[in-house]
Design a binder for this molecule. Structure first.
Ligand SMILES: *Cc1c(COP(=O)(O)O)cnc(C)c1O
Length: 370
């Protein structure tokens, strides 16, 4: 019932009879293949390539699609390392990027150049959890013969299947929901067989193959993916509603709430609103620090998508390099707290946040009946 971990780096073969050579850096170790096939089926894509991290998956994807001199149009709202890759690293390899506001389909069209090879965006975005409608952007890309790539890490394939809206390539940091236990670094990119063959060619050269033991842990995580994400959807929804009613909280950002700016699009596009909840505290940065100190069930740590609830302040993590003004302009003022909801008893979570927010002080606790 449980597949073995095939730790072998090399395999019998190489008789010059044209059969494929098997070598773990090539990504064709049986444990790597098992995960690749599972993720491809989950995504509804022809093929998948597991990699040693989410960043490896993103880098190989962009390199596979943008040839030398290729141009990328990318959303302004991307994971920090992806922005650095596009802005600082890839230009040295002759690949340039124009960043656009993802919500304006015409901005994508206007940014296209004769050498544009791909559109890259994330959905939902970090940490404001915006969900823009990718369908008009996919149409423009088709018309202009440009490939579309989404980093759908925050949604997981349970809540969003990019192939269903015609997106060509889906990338995940499998470190997050896919593996789900904060104990493995992994990534995966999925798309057409042709695309995955090109990305696999680069895997052989650059070498970020997923270690077989990590592949095995990822496979184990995948077996509970649906259970975990369904529970996280439910608990995050309950927590978001609780926080929205708490007087210490100014705003709650959760796509499942009617108050979320993208609620309508998110309801159409996503099967579940996800396990990420963000909020802005009335008491600003001090209140956020005090809340983080007071929590006992939730832990303060970066990353997301695991079975334990994690809390972080973007001003110390993803947006540490930004000025307070730039953060505020991007909708991330001091007092912004991001929560990755785990699988604990939802009542334990609301109790924890309720106690924590009461300690933030200056406000009455919410009426439990109201
Ligand atoms: C974590 C993350 C990444 C990077 O993944 P690693 O597995 O840490 O390399 C990329 N994109 C998003 C949206 C992420 O959350």
């Amino acid at each position: 019932m449980v597949p073995p971990i095939v730790q072998s780096a090399t395999f019998y073969g190489g008789r010059g009879d044209g059969t494929e050579l098997h070598y773990t850096r090539y990504g064709n170790n049986p444990t790597q293949r098992l995960v690749a096939e599972k993720v491809a089926r989950l995504e509804g894509m022809e093929a998948s390539l597991p990699t040693a991290s989410g960043m490896a998956a993103i880098a190989l994807t962009v390199l596979a699609l943008a040839e030398e001199g290729g141009h990328v149009v990318a959303s302004r709202h991307l994971y920090g390392a992806t922005v650095t890759l596009l802005r600082e690293e890839l230009p040295r390899r002759g690949i340039r990027t124009t960043f656009v506001d993802p919500e304006a389909p015409e901005a994508w069209r206007d940014a296209v150049e004769p050498t544009t090879r791909l559109f890259l965006f994330e959905l939902p975005t970090n940490p404001t959890l915006r969900v823009f409608d990718p369908r008009p952007v996919v149409e423009i890309a088709r018309e202009l013969d440009v490939r579309t790539v989404v980093d759908a890490t925050f949604a997981s394939p349970v809540n969003f299947r990019p192939a269903e809206v015609g997106i060509d390539v889906s990338v995940h940091s499998a470190t997050k929901y896919l593996a789900g236990h904060s104990d493995v670094i992994a990534g995966v990119t999925s798309g057409s067989r042709d695309f995955v063959a090109r990305a696999s060619g680069l895997l052989r050269l650059y070498g970020p193959a997923l270690d077989p033991h990590a592949a095995w842990l990822l496979d184990r995580g995948l077996r509970t993916l649906q259970l975990r994400v369904h529970r996280q959807n439910e608990s995050a929804g309950a927590l978001a509603r609780y926080l929205e009613a708490h007087p210490a909280v100014e705003t709650v950002l959760y796509p499942g709430l009617l108050s979320h700016p993208d609620h309508a699009v998110a309801s159409e596009l996503l099967s579940g609103s996800g396990g990420m909840v963000s909020m802005v505290l009335r008491g600003g940065g001090d209140a956020a620090d005090r809340l983080c100190d007071a929590l006992t069930v939730a832990r303060v740590a970066p990353s997301l998508g695991g079975v334990e609830t994690l809390v972080s302040q973007p001003r110390y993590t993803s947006h540490a390099g930004w000025s307070a003004q730039d953060r505020a302009a991007a909708g991330i003022p001091d007092g912004f707290v991001r929560v990755s909801v785990g699988v604990e008893d939802p009542a334990d979570l609301t109790d924890d946040f309720g106690r924590g927010l009461d300690e933030v002080g200056g406000v009455a606790p919410p009426d439990p009946l109201g």
